[in-house]
Design a protein around this ligand. Sequence first.
Ligand code: ADP
Ligand code: MG
Length: 362
Amino acid sequence: MHEKKGKKQEEPKQKLTSLEELGEFGLIDRLTTPFRTKNPTTVMGVGDDAAVIDTGTGTDGACPVHTVCLVSTDLLVEGIHFDRTYTPLKHLGYKAVVVNVSDIAAMNGIPQQITVSIAVSSWFSAEALEEIYAGIRLACEKYHIDLVGGDTSSSTSGLIISVTVIGTAPKEEIVYRSGAHPGDLICVTGDLGSAYIGLLLLEREKKVFQANPGMQPELTGFDYQIGRFLKPEARTDIRSLLQGIGVRPTSMIDISDGLASEVLHLCNQSDAGCRIYEEKIPIDPHTREIAMEFKIIPSVAALSGGEDYELLFTIPQSDYEKIRDVAGISIIGHMTVPAEGKFMITPDGKEVEITAQGWKAF
Ligand code: ADP
Ligand code: MG
């Protein structure tokens, strides 16, 4: 067919999908589903807190043990994950390691090594980077891990830190997100929501300071909340605590995006529903008070806040007696059959459907 001169042939318009409408998890799904793992050493690929790689059978003294290697990586981007106006660089280095170590703890593994990659603007000084590395070193000492490599690049837009952590565990001790059964009890370590309240306090003082640079930030009395946000810890202690009382979680995840998002991950990957009880969600009393001052329902800070880096796990109902009186572990509900849905029960008995309102990545 001849086109008239000067008239352009119309190209079919392809509708492009915005990252916003996909969301973080939708995007990861879309990008990674075309991949099929082909190596038998890949035990677990995309979809859990860490990948699981088979390293074969070794020995522990006289006993043969089948160990696996765990790998996880996390990226911290200036302006997205941290704000340098109130994040001390040493804390930033520490947190960059902790958030990775937390993913190994969530698999019931033992962290061993990290690699650290940084991209940095040229106006950064070597001393500033040394501060970050002082924090990284502190975390390496605390969690007994070795820095074994990384990469360094310049950046045109602020600071980016990517940490990869490598861990190990006997194969049969690995706990996946997918192992929960209807009836299992849902447990959480520590308390939730304080990191988010810490972030709100820091943001509030930043605004006050911007409006009136002569004013000093008023952060005394909020050490716990601010500490939870700026210098979180990974719950590597839970592995031995649970082993000590003879409890093996059926599923586990770390709480980086908020309780709601993580409990939904356990439900979806275990093909189960859940009931969690609002009054059972552990929240620090002072955090409750501050949340109310911010006109935030405290449980919402726990459900949707994120960055607490506690562990959420399920155990068989038969282990109830073993865990009931353990300090620092709360039973907040139970798993159900999928048809019963995913609900939170309020103190007055209302059933509220759990939806993920975690950090919006885009
Ligand atoms: P977490 O919150 O535990 O760090 P994420 O939600 O970041 O986990 O990631 C979920 C899963 O998707 C993990 O298995 C992770 O390795 C994988 N993943 C995330 N981003 C990508 C990516 N860009 N390419 C491949 N896999 C990814
Ligand atoms: Mg995780």
